[in-house]
Design a protein around this ligand. Structure first.
Ligand SMILES: *Cc1c(COP(=O)(O)O)cnc(C)c1O
Length: 596
C-alpha cells in the first residue's frame, strides 16, 4: 500500500456516501500503528472489502500518534513496551477542516487526516483520523489522540468523546450526510448523542422526545464484539459529567442509558441502534442472553482475502479463478485446481516464514517438520499454555511423529501483569523442553506483517480459548484462506468452520484443562500427524480449507450481509424519505431479517 504525503485529496463526493463506519482502531497499512489487534484488523478488512466492492462508505477513527506499542521480549520473556510515533503531517493529506468540541468544560479543537483505502478497481473509501494535537488546545488535550487504549478511564472517555461527537461534527463540516451510522464496538456510541443534538437543532437535550430518539435510532446500527462483561467500557457518572458536561450527562441518565449506575457504552449503543449484531452465530446468541431487552442478530466475521493471501496463492488464483478479487465466491472453485499446486504454493509461504525468522531471530526451523502456530492477544481466557499442559506427553509425541515445531506470538496489554506472566511461562517451557525433536519459539512484536507470515507459513493454526469467550477470532480464517487447517476449541467462528478431518479438527470439550489438553494431544498424534505424513491427503485438506472456509469467512461476504441485514434490510427499502417505524427492540420478535 502506498502512502503519498503530498497527494492532493482525490475528489470523492462525500454527499453521496450513505454509510459512516466508526471504529476506535482501524488497521489501514502495515506502516501505520493505528490498530492493536483483531478489532482494528476487522475494521480495516471491512473497509478494504468496501473499497473493492465500491460501497458508498466513509470511516472515522483517531490518529493515534504514538500507536499501541512495540513489544520487546527479554531472554526470559519479560515484555517491555515502547511508543510507535508517526507523523500524519508527513504521511497523509489533511481533511482541511477544524471543528470545535465542548468537553471537560472547555473547547477542544479537532482536525482530521485523510487516509484513502483504494479498492481493486480504484474506488476510494476515505478514512478520517481525528487529531487533537492542534495549536490553541490545552496541552493535556493535545495528547488525547496519542495512545490507542492508553491512559486511565478518564483519558479513554475523552477519546471516545472525540470519536463519537468529534466524528459527527466533522462529517457535518464536510457536508457528508450518511443514512446509516455503524458503531464498530461501543467505543463509538456517543455518535448517537451527536446525531440527537444535530436533530434537535438547539432544543435542549432534556426536551428530546421518544420520537426524537427514534429518529436517531433509525440511523444507527451497532456491532458488539466481546462476550466478556468486563470487555464493555463503562465509566463512573462523575467522570461522565466532568467530560461531557451536565446537559449531556443528565440526558444519558434520563434516556435510560446508565447500567448499574454506570455510564456503559454498550448500553448507550443498544438504546440508540435499530439493528444490533454479534460477530459469529454463537456470539450473537451469547450476546442475546447478556442483553435480553434488545434483539441481537449475528453476522459472522471475515477477513479481506487479498490482504491475507500469500503472493504465491495470489498468483495461482489470478491464473485459475481470475475474478476472485472482486467476488470471493470464486474461492469455492478452488476444487478445480490440482491439490499439488496448492501444496506447492503453501510450501513457499512456509519457506518465506522460516527465512524471515532466520534473518530476524537467528533461529532455524526445518521446513519438513510439522509446524504449529499460535498467535493472539495474550489474555488468560485464550490459554496460550494449554498446548504445554503436559510437557512429557508433548515431547513423546514430538519424538514419535518425527519432530514438532511450535511458533508463538502475541502482545499482553501493558497493564496486564497476568498476561505478561503467561508469556514468561511459555519462555520457561521452551527453555525446558527444546530438544532435537521439539522446538518452541516465541516471536516478539506480533503485528500485521508477522500475522501474515505466520498464517501463510505454518501447517496448523491452533486456538485454545475457554468457551464461550472467543467472540469470533479471525486469524484462523486467514490461515484457512492460505490452505492452513485449524486445531481449535469449538468456539467463535470455528463452530461454523470446523468440518472434522476436512477443514481441521475440534479439540473436544472437557471437564477441565487436563481433559481438553488430552483431546488436543490425541488429535495431534492420531489424526494430524498421520495425515501430515501423507502429502496427497494433506494437500486435499488444504484445498478444502480454501474452498469451504475461504469462500465464506471473508469480508466481501460479511459486508454483503451487513448490507442485507443491517444497513439496508428489505424492510427499510424506500424508507429513506419517511422512515418506516420498525418495532422497538424491546417488543416481542415477530419477524427476523433473513440471515443467509
Ligand atoms: C488477525 C489478527 C488478529 C486477530 O486474530 P484473532 O484470531 O482474533 O486472535 C490480531 N492481531 C493481528 C496482528 C492479526 O493479524
Amino acid at each position: 500500500m502506498t502512502l503519498s504525503p503530498s497527494a492532493p485529496l482525490s475528489s470523492v463526493d462525500l454527499s453521496t456516501r450513505t454509510i459512516a463506519y466508526f471504529s476506535m482502531e482501524i488497521a489501514l497499512s502495515p506502516a501505520l500503528p493505528t490498530y492493536s489487534g483483531g478489532l482494528g484488523m476487522l475494521a480495516g478488512d471491512t473497509l478494504r472489502s468496501a473499497a473493492d466492492t465500491a460501497a458508498p462508505m466513509v470511516a472515522i477513527s483517531l490518529v493515534h500518534r504514538l500507536g499501541y506499542f512495540r513489544q520487546k521480549l527479554s531472554s526470559v520473556g519479560q515484555q517491555t513496551e515502547s511508543d510507535v510515533p508517526w507523523s500524519p503531517e508527513t504521511t497523509l493529506p489533511s481533511a482541511n477542516q477544524i471543528i470545535s468540541l465542548t468537553m471537560q468544560g472547555r473547547p477542544v479543537l479537532v482536525r482530521a487526516w485523510r487516509f484513502d483505502v483504494v479498492g481493486t478497481t480504484g474506488h476510494i473509501i476515505p478514512v478520517f483520523l481525528l487529531d487533537t494535537d492542534v495549536e490553541g488546545n490545552d496541552p493535556w488535550d493535545r495528547r488525547l489522540t496519542d495512545h490507542l487504549y492508553g491512559g486511565d478511564t478518564y483519558y479513554r472517555l475523552c477519546q471516545e468523546t472525540v470519536l463519537g461527537l468529534g466524528g459527527i461534527a466533522l462529517l457535518d463540516a464536510l457536508a457528508c450526510k450518511p443514512k446509516v451510522y455503524h458503531m464498530n464496538e461501543g467505543h463509538a456510541a456517543l455518535l448517537a448523542i451527536g446525531l440527537l443534538e444535530d436533530h434537535l437543532a438547539g432544543t435542549p437535550l432534556k426536551d428530546a422526545t421518544e420520537a426524537d430518539i427514534e429518529f436517531v435510532r433509525q440511523q444507527c446500527v451497532f456491532t458488539t464484539h466481546t462476550p466478556v462483561p468486563a470487555g464493555h467500557d463503562q465509566f463512573g457518572t462523575d467522570q461522565m459529567y466532568q467530560v461531557l458536561g451536565h446537559e449531556r450527562g443528565a440526558a444519558i441518565d434520563q434516556f435510560g442509558c446508565l447500567h448499574n449506575g454506570l455510564m456503559n457504552m454498550t448500553y448507550i449503543a443498544l438504546r440508540f441502534s435499530r439493528f444490533v449484531n454479534g460477530v459469529a452465530m454463537q456470539h450473537g446468541k451469547v450476546s442475546q442472553q447478556m442483553f435480553p431487552d434488545y434483539k441481537v442478530y449475528s453476522i459472522t466475521n471475515g477477513v479481506h482475502a487479498a490482504t491475507w493471501l500469500s503472493d504465491q496463492f495470489q498468483e495461482l488464483l489470478d491464473e485459475e479463478i481470475p475474478h476472485w478479487r472482486t467476488d470471493n465466491q470464486y474461492f469455492r472453485s478452488v476444487y478445480g485446481i490440482d491439490p499439488a499446486r496448492i501444496a506447492a504454493a503453501h510450501n513457499k509461504g512456509k519457506l518465506r516464514l522460516f527465512s524471515t525468522l532466520a534473518k530476524r531471530t537467528k533461529q532455524h526451523f526445518n521446513p519438513n517438520v510439522l509446524t504449529l502456530g499460535f498467535a493472539r492477544r495474550v489474555a488468560t481466557y485464550k490459554r496460550a499454555s494449554l498446548l504445554l499442559h503436559d510437557p512429557k506427553r508433548l515431547v513423546e509425541i514430538a519424538e514419535k511423529i518425527g519432530g514438532l515445531q511450535i511458533l508463538y506470538a502475541g502482545k499482553a496489554h501493558p497493564a496486564d501483569n497476568a498476561g505478561k506472566g503467561l508469556i514468561r511461562d511459555v519462555f520457561a517451557s521452551a527453555t525446558k523442553l527444546n530438544s532435537s525433536a521439539l522446538k518452541i519459539y516465541y516471536i516478539e512484536n506480533y503485528d500485521w506483517e508477522l500475522g501474515g507470515l505466520l498464517t501463510q507459513g505454518v501447517d496448523v493454526w491452533v486456538n485454545t480459548p475457554r468457551r464461550p469467550y472467543e467472540a469470533s477470532g479471525t486469524s484462523g480464517m486467514k490461515a484457512a484462506l492460505n490452505g492452513v487447517p485449524s486445531l481449535s476449541i469449538l468456539d467463535g467462528w470455528w463452530i461454523e468452520g470446523c468440518a472434522e478431518n476436512t477443514t481441521g479438527w475440534a479439540i473436544e470439550d472437557g471437564e477441565d484443562e487436563a481433559a481438553e489438553a488430552t483431546s488436543l494431544y490425541q488429535k495431534l498424534e492420531e489424526s494430524i500427524a498421520p495425515m501430515y505424513a501423507n502429502p496427497g491427503a494433506w494437500s486435499r485438506m488444504q484445498q478444502h480449507c480454501i474452498a469451504i472456509n475461504g469462500s465464506f469467512f471473508n469480508t466481501h461476504r460479511m459486508l454483503a450481509q451487513y448490507f442485507e441485514n443491517s444497513y439496508f434490510p428489505p424492510t427499510m427499502v424506500g424508507a429513506t424519505v419517511n422512515p418506516v417505524k420498525r418495532r422497538r427492540s424491546t417488543d416481542p420478535v415477530t419477524a427476523e431479517p433473513a440471515l443467509v
